[in-house]
Design a protein around this ligand. Structure first.
Ligand code: P6P
Length: 282
């Protein structure tokens, strides 16, 4: 699997360069979720597809930006599900964005995730890799190479609150949960980019990131295979929890379709237990 991580490091440098040089206009098509695609989305997707095509251990890839599964090598063991440039619409206001990778061995469901990684394109280029039975590791690009910086561990209780979604659509019990955290003194930290928002909570000791369901969108917005499950794995490996609105571990998700979404809560134990109480699933 090391060759996959090495390839992700190469991808990170190439996409970082693309972010700095590609025009930010929209392409003429939309992705399978109906989102308009920036030319940068399409280019980032191509960079990743080309890179993984060189690895014979990669059986297939599934991109958030494309409809189906792309077979690469029938002898390969791993399927990589990825969001090539999550939050790309934030690039034109110079906010951080990221790439997210879920590495699966077998049918595409959370129990078959064997590793995950994400890249943060921000003031510094950073990478987090999580593998089974290991704490996630933070790497930072220095002079063209990724240096290992630290392992990541969440505190039992944090200070940050990242409440996603459209507030006027929140269920009353979700609104009460979020407001109660703020009444306890939690700091609002939400940029609209899942990768930097979750990265900040991981590195600043903890808190809660939530993207709930609503009447309008009962299954929320964030995609299970490309976004939710890879981060759920990282949060659990860091000593936190990741659950849905029924209190079920996101690492038990079995998506019916590649682009299925799920309400999701990622955080330190204290905040996740508070979420379970608010949702009546404790
Ligand atoms: P909202 C970006 O488009 C994204 O998919 C995630 O990166 C982010 O967490 C979420 O959408 C933001 O959505 O509805 O809060 O603007």
């Amino acid at each position: 699997m090391q060759s996959i991580f090495t390839t992700i490091k190469t991808i990170a440098f190439e996409i970082e360069k693309a972010i700095k040089t590609t025009d930010l206009s929209y392409s003429t098509n939309a992705n399978s979720s109906g989102d308009e695609q920036l030319k940068l989305d399409v280019l980032s997707d191509r960079i990743i597809e080309k890179a993984f095509a060189t690895l014979h251990i990669v059986r297939s890839i599934v991109s958030e930006e494309q409809e189906g599964e792309l077979e690469l090598h029938t002898s390969g063991s791993y399927t990589i599900c990825y969001d090539p440039l999550d939050g790309s619409s934030l690039v034109d206001v110079n906010l951080s964005v990221g790439s997210i990778f879920g590495i699966y061995e077998g049918p595409l469901e959370a129990s078959n995730l064997v590793a995950s990684a994400y890249v943060v394109y921000g003031p510094r280029l950073e990478l987090v890799i999580a593998q089974k039975d290991k704490k996630p590791i933070l790497y930072r690009a220095v002079d063209g190479f990724f240096e290992e910086i630290q392992t990541i561990k969440l505190n039992e209780k944090g200070k940050l609150n990242a409440p996603g979604g459209t507030q006027k659509e929140w269920y009353p019990h979700h609104k009460a949960l979020i407001e109660n955290l703020f009444e306890q003194g939690y700091r609002l930290r939400y940029s609209g980019g899942m990768v930097p928002d979750l990265h900040q909570i991981l590195l600043k000791g903890g808190g809660l990131f939530s993207y709930p369901g609503s009447v309008e969108k009962p299954q929320g917005k964030l995609r299970q295979l490309f976004e939710v499950i890879p981060f759920a794995f990282i949060y659990e490996q860091a000593g936190g929890q990741a659950i849905d609105d029924k209190g079920k571990r996101l690492m038990e998700l079995t998506p019916a379709f590649p682009h299925d979404t799920a309400p999701c809560f990622f955080g330190s134990n204290f905040e996740i237990e508070a979420t379970k109480v608010a949702y009546g699933v404790s």
